[in-house]
Design a protein around this ligand. Structure first.
Ligand SMILES: NC(=O)c1ccc[n+]([C@@H]2O[C@H](COP(=O)([O-])OP(=O)(O)OC[C@H]3O[C@@H](n4cnc5c(N)ncnc54)[C@H](O)[C@@H]3O)[C@@H](O)[C@H]2O)c1
Ligand SMILES: N[C@@H](CCSC[C@H]1O[C@@H](n2cnc3c(=O)[nH]cnc32)[C@H](O)[C@@H]1O)C(=O)O
Length: 416
């Protein structure tokens, strides 16, 4: 069963899915293995992930392993209508279309839950919240869930601390082969890909402010500098602020940074990073984008409050004319620019290859182990497995420890 916008887009969707499959060798390897071993026979997996070709390939991997798979999107703007049509054509249950309103967004989450999933794969924890708040009759059926992103992990940890979480969750985000690559290099590349594609503007010579120097922020600052920007970082954590400074960026408060910015990218997972009077200090023409979470990092109502006119001047670009006559530009409604902008394609396939390999292996881990209720990291074995497969696919060989080296590392008596 499926609910998508236009099934005539299926051939193009299938073409795009086939393209990413050529660039996701680790997931393809797991798919072949699952086809043989059928770890998910008789199991239903429900996912709430950005619906685009790479995610569909994860769905196909789980289906190859014997699962009934039902998928919906985790963001109202990020679904690719051709990819979901292709997915439906290839036998997945898929519910979603681009530009859903809030009601439709939660309706399609419920459509997935109607399949009575045993395992949930979530991104941002919206599906897990619906399960705990509205579909409590399904809770006892759930064997566990995997969470894709930093903020989802934070929400679930907070939920567990309150005693509210009712099943085990694997924090896929916290695997090394996820955040070190996806959050850093993935967000760094795909955000600029989307910003440049959306605006058709140059980055070189611009002052780019990156708010938040976590794993995503590090990637964004690195790519901004590589593109020739003058990079400013804002932080609230003194250690990360210091790291940003020593990595070569200017560090200052947001109030100072907004005065100099040509482009501001928020990537904190926090709310109200740009709000209130911040908008009053911005230069005419300043562009605003978010690559963090939901649409709360840039406070749109506060921007509207100082504006006399708002209009879409180019696809995924809104122009706000302020009362004092400046023009400020908000990209993709302040939602994740790399996925929500019409030209956002999300992370490169080679990156999602690793993130989704961790997802596919973690889902199997949930089935095969009696995990405690709570949020746990994916086992190191999964991480090393994925890294080893990725290196192999890249044709890279590395050394291994000799017995003598192992003995030396385990020894505490030998000194100078
Ligand atoms: N766009 C994408 O594709 C993508 C990919 C991965 C993660 N994410 C999301 O991006 C966000 C960041 O993820 P991360 O892994 O980098 O998290 P992280 O925890 O490593 O980093 C977040 C940083 O933001 C800082 N911060 C918090 N409040 C701040 C404030 N008011 N001003 C300045 N800095 C502040 C924190 O101190 C921290 O250093 C999360 O919401 C995550 O879910 C998006
Ligand atoms: N659902 C929330 C949460 C942030 S999504 C951030 C996650 O998106 C994931 N992501 C980035 N690019 C892609 C992609 O192309 N396909 C699927 N997921 C992606 C990435 O792993 C990251 O952890 C929201 O939309 O606001």
């Amino acid at each position: 069963m499926s609910k998508v916008k236009d099934m005539s887009l299926a051939p193009e969707g299938v073409r795009k899915i086939e393209w990413v499959q050529k660039h996701m060798p680790v997931l393809e390897h797991i798919k072949e293995e699952y086809l043989e071993t059928q770890p998910f026979k008789g199991i239903t997996i429900g996912s709430c992930l950005h619906l685009e070709p790479k995610t569909i390939n994860l769905g196909l991997t789980l289906m190859a392993g014997g699962a009934e798979v039902a998928m919906t999107g985790c963001n109202p703007l990020s679904t690719h209508d051709d990819a979901v049509a292709g997915a439906a054509d290839l036998g997945l249950n898929v519910y979603g279309w681009r530009e859903q309103d809030d009601e439709e967004y939660y309706q399609t989450i419920n459509m997935v839950l109607d399949h009575k999933p045993d395992i949930i794969i979530d991104d941002g924890a919206d599906m897990i919240m619906v399960l705990h708040n509205e579909r409590t009759e399904l809770l006892s059926h759930i064997k566990g869930a995997c969470e894709e992103t930093t903020t989802g992990v934070h929400r679930l940890q907070a939920m567990h601390a309150d005693g509210a979480l009712k099943f085990p969750v694997i924090a896929v985000n916290d695997a090394y082969t996820k955040y070190l690559f996806d959050n850093r290099y993935g967000t760094g590349q795909s955000s600029f890909d989307a910003i440049m594609g959306t605006t058709n503007m140059v980055i070189a010579g611009k002052t780019v402010v990156v708010c938040g120097y976590g794993w995503c922020g590090r990637g964004l600052a690195l790519r901004a500098a590589g593109l020739g920007a003058d990079v400013i970082v804002t932080e609230v954590d003194p250690i990360r602020a210091l790291e940003a400074r020593m990595d070569g960026y200017r560090v200052m408060t947001i109030r100072e940074a907004v005065k100099q910015a040509d482009l501001i990218i928020t990537v904190t997972g926090n709310a109200d990073i740009i709000c209130g009077d911040d908008f009053k200090y911005m230069k005419d023409g300043c562009m605003l984008a978010n690559s963090g979470h939901f649409n709360v990092e840039i406070n749109r109502p506060d921007l509207e409050a100082i504006s006399t006119e708002v209009k879409e001047v180019r696809e995924s670009i809104e122009e706000f004319t302020t009362k004092d006559g400046r023009k400020l530009y908000l990209l993709a409604d302040g939602r994740l620019v790399n996925l929500s902008a019409a030209r956002g394609q999300g992370h490169p396939a080679e990156i999602m290859d690793m993130s989704f390999a961790v997802q596919a292996l973690s889902a199997k881990h949930i089935l095969e182990n009696d995990l405690p209720v709570g949020v746990t990291k994916a086992p190191d074995e999964i991480d090393y497995n994925v890294a080893t497969m990725k290196l192999k696919a890249m044709g890279i060989e590395i050394d291994s420890l000799t017995d003598k080296q192992k003995a030396y590392m385990a020894n505490w008596q030998e000194g100078t």
